[in-house]
Design a protein around this ligand. Structure first.
Ligand SMILES: [Zn+2]
Length: 298
């Protein structure tokens, strides 16, 4: 019940804002519980955990800002989104990233990381133990080397030291997989009563192993695996995570058909409220540990 009241309040305000938009026939951003706020715009983030699902088209990137101002970046979109990444980070006033995670070597995740590492002050970097001979991967490694940083291995069981009030743990990869998607670092971020599960491109095989590992998968917000491909978000995994909200990071009109109808229907059937980068732009979810506030660019 405690969750229901802010949830309803948020939606009532959201619908009211929508009606106002239609009646004014003017551009207006969708908002959760904050009127006329849009991701990237001013917000009172004091004492809140902010998770920003940056719109990088067909790709993925999540920026986490903790209540004490510590920062973590998971992935950075494709090579052609480097400027978007730099502008977005600048927009949030970020000059330093305490933790950077490259979930797996695919270009749509680590493509923009080289420039981010070049331009910002970086604390620790985590990537799964998997090699790749792509130019993109080599470019990221070169940037890491130039900064004199070392890559820590991303794997299940690790606890990340980001902010004393926020728990950050890695739930995958649990073993070595042939498919690089399954090598994705899966990160759970918890603050107060609420948690976010950020899944990279982990597919059903990794999900099955996470279920078998006995890790606490329950999360209020789920980053839908692999951009909403039907190879991820298996029924058993979704049931166990049991999210209230889901975010899908995919690009408008992408050639992969992401997100798939199968997954959209699966989420709908479980009553999950879905936010999408392709239709709503950047999505930001804030929590004080008790309530959620959700803002989207459009
Ligand atoms: Zn991907």
């Amino acid at each position: 019940m405690t969750r229901l009241i802010p949830f309803l309040k948020q939606h009532i305000i959201g619908y009211a804002a929508l009606i106002l938009c239609i009646s004014l026939l003017a551009g207006c951003s969708f908002s959760g519980s904050t009127k006329n706020s849009s991701a990237g715009g001013p917000v009172d983030g004091k004492g809140k955990l902010r998770v920003i699902f940056i719109d990088v088209g067909q790709g993925a990137s999540q920026l986490i800002i903790t209540p004490s101002g510590k920062t973590m970046l998971i992935d950075a979109g494709n090579n052609d989104k480097e400027q978007v990444m730099l502008d977005t980070l600048k927009g949030y006033g970020i000059k330093r990233l305490d933790i950077v995670i490259g979930t797996h070597p695919d270009a749509d995740h680590i493509g923009g990381l080289d420039k981010v590492i070049d331009q910002l002050s970086i604390g620790k970097i985590y990537m799964p133990k998997v090699s790749s001979n792509t130019k993109t991967f080599e470019s990221v490694l070169r940037s890491i080397q130039r900064k004199g940083l070392k890559v820590s291995s991303a794997r299940a069981g690790i606890t990340l030291n980001l902010d004393s009030g926020v728990q950050v743990s890695m739930l995958a990869p649990l073993t070595k997989y042939e498919d690089t998607n399954n090598m994705s670092a899966v990160v759970k971020v918890s603050y107060g009563k609420h948690s976010f599960l950020l899944t990279g491109d982990a597919e059903a095989e990794s999900e099955k192993d996470m279920l078998a590992s006995g890790a606490d998968l329950r999360s209020d917000v789920l980053l839908v695996g692999h951009h909403g491909s039907k190879s991820s978000t298996s029924v058993a995994f979704l049931k166990k995570v049991n999210p209230q909200y889901a975010v899908i990071q995919s690009g408008k009109g992408n050639k992969y058909g992401h997100p798939t109808q199968t997954i959209l229907k699966r989420l709908q059937k479980q009553g999950v409220k879905v936010y999408r980068n392709d239709t709503q732009g950047t999505v930001e979810i804030l929590t004080d540990g008790q309530h959620f506030q959700i803002r989207a660019e459009r």
